[in-house]
Design a protein around this ligand. Structure first.
Ligand code: SF4
Length: 698
C-alpha cells in the first residue's frame, strides 16, 4: 500500500532507449521498489535492469565531495586502479575551490592555446536539458565544436545514413508498431538482451502470426520466435543486403509508383546490385541463396514491413553502408511512412536520441542544424551572444588522437567513461593521462575520473528532474525520488556554475527554463512545452499542435530533404578493417549482457544485477573450445594487436565457430583494450564488432 512508502514517484528507467515508464517507491529516502507504469513504450512492462538495477544510487562508492588531484599524484595512464584508495590520489575540496580549479585550468588553456585545444564529452545518460547546456557551454565558452558523446560509439553511422537518405536521424515509427506489421526484420540487434521490453513486442507480434526475421552473426533467443533465422558471416552485411536488393529489383518487387513520386537514385542502385545475385553472395555471407530470396520476397511483398537494427549494423567501418542498404530496401518498396512500416535503429542509452537532438554532436547544433551553415550559425551566435566556430568539431575517437598529437590539452567530461568505452583503451587512457587539465563530473570515481585533475560529484537519475527522449521519439519526464548524497549537486547547476566561473553570464533558475530555451531553437519540439510534458508525462515529437498528439509515424508525405525525396546511396562490398590471419586467426566481437549497462559503472554497483553476472567473460562455441583443448571456466587471455585481456572462458552455443564474444562492461576484463579504433568514414564510429584475435591459456 502507499502507506508502506514515504513517497511514490512517477519516473522513467535510467538504462536503455526503450524508455520504460516506472513507479519508484521510496522509504526513508531509499528506493525500495520499482514497478512498470502504463507508459506508451512499455505498458507496465519492465526488464531485470529496470526492476532491480536501482541500488547503485546508494552505493558507498558514490562521490559526495568535490575532489582535486594531489600535486604529487601521477597521472595514471593505462593502470587499472580498481581497489586503490581515492584519497591517495585526490584530496577533498569545497565546491568553491573545485569550481575555481576546474574553470581556471580550462580558461588558461583557452586563453593560451585557443578554444580548439578544449574538448567536451557529454552524456546520453543525462537529461535533454543537461545535454543542451553542455553543448552550449563548450560552443559558447570555448568557441569550438569539439563536443560529442557516446552516440559516436553506437548509432553515428545509422544517423549519417538516415540524414543523407531521408533527412532525419530519428526513427520513422515506434517499435510497438511491430504489432501492426506483417513482416518484421530485426538485423544486427539483440533486443532480448539490449532492449528487452521492445523484444516483448516482437515476440507478441510473432505469436499473433506476423513473420519475424532475425538476422545476426550470433544466434540469439529471439530466433526461437522467428519464421526465418539468418546466421550470416560477420562483416558481410552489405553482401547479404545487396543480394536482397538484387532479388527485389530483378523480380520487380519494388513499388514503381512510390519510387517515381518519392525516391531518387534508383537507377544507380539497379546498376550497383546487378551482380549481387543471391547465388554469388551465398559463399560470401554463408546464407543459402534460397533463404535470401525468400526473405527478400517476404519483405517486399508484405503489405507492411518494418526494419529494426542495432549496433551489429552500425559498429563497422562500413556501418553507414550497412544502413544505406536498409534505407534503400524501405525506399524502393515503399515500406515507410505508414503504420507497421519503416526504419527503426534501436537506440542504446536512455537518452541517446535526446542528447543527439539537443546538439551534443560536433557537426550540428540542436535539431541537427549544421554548424557549417552561415545562416544557422548566425542564429545561434545571436542567441549565445558571441562568434561561434564555423567548422565541424572532432569526434570521440578523433579527440583521443588529437590529445596524443598535442592539439587538445583540456577536457570536460560529464557522465561518460571513455577509459572503458573507447576502442583501443590503452591508447585512450594514455590520452586522458596526457591532458594538461581534465574535469570529470560523475556520480562515481569511474575509470575516466581516476585520470581527472578535478572531480565534481553529480546527481544520479533518481535524484533529478528532467526530460529524456526514447527511441520512439517520446519526450518523457524523469522525476526526483530521493535526495542527493553529501555535497553532490544537480548536473545542470554544476554546468551553469562552471560556465559562470569561465565568464559566461548564465542565469537559469530552474531546469524548465533550460528546456524552454532549448525548445525555442528546436523545431522538432514545437508545440511541446515543459508544462505539456509535465502534464502528459510523454509526448511524441513532432506534434502538429499544443493539444494534438505527436506523430508516431513520420515521412507520410515525403521526406524532410531539399527535394522532399528519399535518396538512395548504393553501397559497395568492403571487408572489415582487420581480418583474421595466421597470427590472429579468430574474430573478436563485443557487446552487452542483459544485466549490465554499458561500462558497468551503475549496474556493477547494483547488487542483484552484479550477482547474476559477476565476472568478466569471453564466450566461444563449445566446439571451438574443445578443438583448442580448453574447457569452460578456465581463465584465458584474449589478444589482439592492441593488447591482452584475461577473462573467464564461457561456452556459448550462440557464438559461431571462429569467433569470440566479450562484453565491454567488466573493468577486470576490459574488452575495449582489444578493439579496433578504425573509423567508418562517414559516421566516424569505430569497428567494435570485428577485429582479428587469438586466445590462449592465462
Ligand atoms: Fe529499462 Fe530498457 Fe529494461 Fe525498459 S527495457 S526496463 S528502459 S533497461
Amino acid at each position: 500500500t502507499v502507506e508502506q512508502f514515504d513517497k511514490v514517484v512517477d519516473s522513467v528507467c535510467p538504462f536503455c532507449g526503450v524508455g520504460c515508464q516506472t513507479t519508484v517507491r521510496v522509504k526513508d529516502d531509499l528506493i525500495v521498489q520499482v514497478d512498470g507504469r502504463d507508459g506508451p513504450a512499455n505498458e507496465n512492462r519492465l526488464c531485470v535492469k529496470g526492476r532491480f538495477g536501482f541500488d547503485y544510487v546508494r552505493s558507498p562508492d558514490r562521490l559526495t565531495k568535490p575532489l582535486i588531484r594531489r600535486d604529487d599524484a601521477p597521472k595514471c595512464g593505462d593502470i587499472n586502479l580498481k581497489g586503490a584508495d581515492p584519497l591517495t590520489v585526490f584530496r577533498e575540496a569545497t565546491w568553491e575551490e573545485a569550481l575555481e580549479r576546474a574553470s581556471s585550468g580550462l580558461t588558461k588553456i583557452r586563453d593560451e592555446r585557443g578554444g580548439q585545444a578544449i574538448a567536451g564529452f557529454g552524456s546520453a545518460k543525462g537529461s535533454n536539458e543537461e545535454a543542451y547546456l553542455f553543448q552550449k557551454f563548450i560552443r559558447q565558452g570555448f568557441g569550438t565544436n569539439n563536443v560529442d558523446h557516446c552516440t559516436r560509439l553506437c548509432h553515428a553511422s545509422s544517423v549519417a545514413a538516415l540524414m543523407e537518405g531521408v533527412g532525419s536521424g530519428a526513427v520513422s515509427a515506434p517499435f510497438n508498431d511491430a504489432l501492426k506489421a506483417d513482416c518484421i526484420i530485426v538485423i544486427g540487434a539483440r533486443p532480448t538482451t539490449n532492449h528487452p521490453v521492445a523484444a516483448t513486442y516482437f515476440k507478441q507480434a510473432a505469436k499473433q502470426g506476423r513473420k519475424l526475421v532475425v538476422i545476426d552473426p550470433r544466434k540469439q533467443d529471439l530466433m526461437r520466435h522467428a519464421s526465418h533465422s539468418l546466421v550470416f558471416k560477420p562483416g558481410t552485411d552489405v553482401a547479404l543486403l545487396n543480394a536482397m536488393l538484387n532479388v527485389i529489383i530483378t523480380e520487380r518487387l519494388y513499388d514503381e509508383q512510390y519510387i517515381q513520386a518519392n525516391v531518387s537514385g534508383f537507377e544507380a542502385l539497379k546498376e550497383k546490385v546487378k551482380d549481387f545475385t543471391p547465388e554469388a553472395m551465398e559463399p560470401v555471407c554463408a546464407v543459402p541463396a534460397a533463404t535470401i530470396r525468400d526473405v527478400a520476397r517476404l519483405y517486399a511483398k508484405s503489405e507492411r514491413s518494418i526494419i529494426f537494427w542495432g549496433m551489429g549494423i552500425s559498429q563497422h567501418t562500413h556501418g553507414t553502408d550497412n544502413s544505406r542498404c536498409l534505407i534503400a530496401m524501405a525506399l524502393i518498396t515503399g515500406q515507410i511512412g505508414r503504420p507497421g512500416t519503416g526504419l527503426h535503429p534501436l537506440r542504446g542509452q536512455n537518452n541517446v536520441q535526446g542528447a543527439s537532438d539537443a546538439g551534443l554532436i560536433p557537426m550540428v547544433y540542436p535539431d541537427y542544424r549544421s554548424v557549417e551553415d552561415a545562416d544557422i550559425r548566425a542564429e545561434f551566435e545571436d542567441l549565445y551572444g558571441r562568434p561561434l566556430d564555423a567548422k565541424r568539431g572532432l569526434t570521440v575517437v578523433e579527440i583521443m588522437d588529437a590529445i596524443h598529437d598535442g592539439e587538445i590539452s583540456g577536457m570536460y567530461v560529464m557522465g561518460e567513461n571513455p577509459a572503458m568505452s573507447d576502442p583501443d583503451q590503452i591508447h585512450a587512457r594514455a590520452a586522458l593521462a596526457k591532458l594538461d587539465h581534465l574535469v570529470v563530473q560523475d556520480i562515481f570515481l569511474t575509470e575516466t575520473a581516476w585520470h581527472a585533475d578535478v572531480v565534481l560529484p553529480a546527481s544520479a537519475h533518481a535524484e533529478k528532474l528532467g526530460t529524456y527522449t526514447n527511441t520512439n521519439r517520446q519526450v518523457q519526464l524523469g522525476r526526483p525520488a530521493i535526495s542527493l548524497p553529501g555535497d553532490a549537486r544537480q548536473d545542470w547547476e554544476i554546468i551553469q556554475d562552471l560556465a559562470r566561473a569561465c565568464g559566461l553570464d548564465w542565469h537559469y533558475g530552474h531546469v524548465s527554463e533550460v528546456y524552454t530555451e532549448m525548445a525555442s531553437v528546436m523545431p522538432s519540439l514545437k508545440n511541446i512545452s515543459w508544462d505539456r510534458v509535465e502534464r502528459e508525462g510523454s509526448v511524441t515529437y513532432p506534434a502538429d499542435g499544443p493539444d494534438v498528439p505527436g506523430n508516431e509515424i513520420i515521412f507520410v508525405n515525403g521526406f524532410p530533404t531539399r527535394d522532399r525525396r528519399g535518396k538512395i546511396v548504393p553501397a559497395d562490398l568492403l571487408p572489415p578493417d582487420e581480418v583474421p590471419d595466421e597470427d590472429y586467426p579468430l574474430v573478436l566481437t563485443t557487446g552487452r549482457l542483459l544485466e549490465h549497462w554499458h561500462t558497468g559503472a551503475m549496474t556493477r554497483r547494483a547488487g542483484v544485477l552484479d550477482a547474476i553476472e559477476p565476472e568478466g567473460i569471453a564466450s566461444m562455441n563449445p566446439r571451438e573450445i574443445e578443438r583448442r583443448g580448453m574447457r569452460q571456466g578456465i581463465m584465458v587471455k584474449v589478444e589482439t594487436r592492441r593488447g591482452t585481456v584475461e577473462a573467464l572462458l564461457r561456452a556459448d552455443r550462440e557464438v559461431a565457430d571462429g569467433m569470440i564474444f566479450m562484453p565491454f562492461c567488466f573493468n577486470e576484463s576490459p574488452a575495449n583494450v582489444l578493439t579496433n579504433p578504425q573509423l567508418d568514414p562517414f559516421g566516424k564510429i569505430p569497428e567494435f564488432k570485428y577485429c582479428a584475435a587469438r586466445i590462449g591459456l592465462a
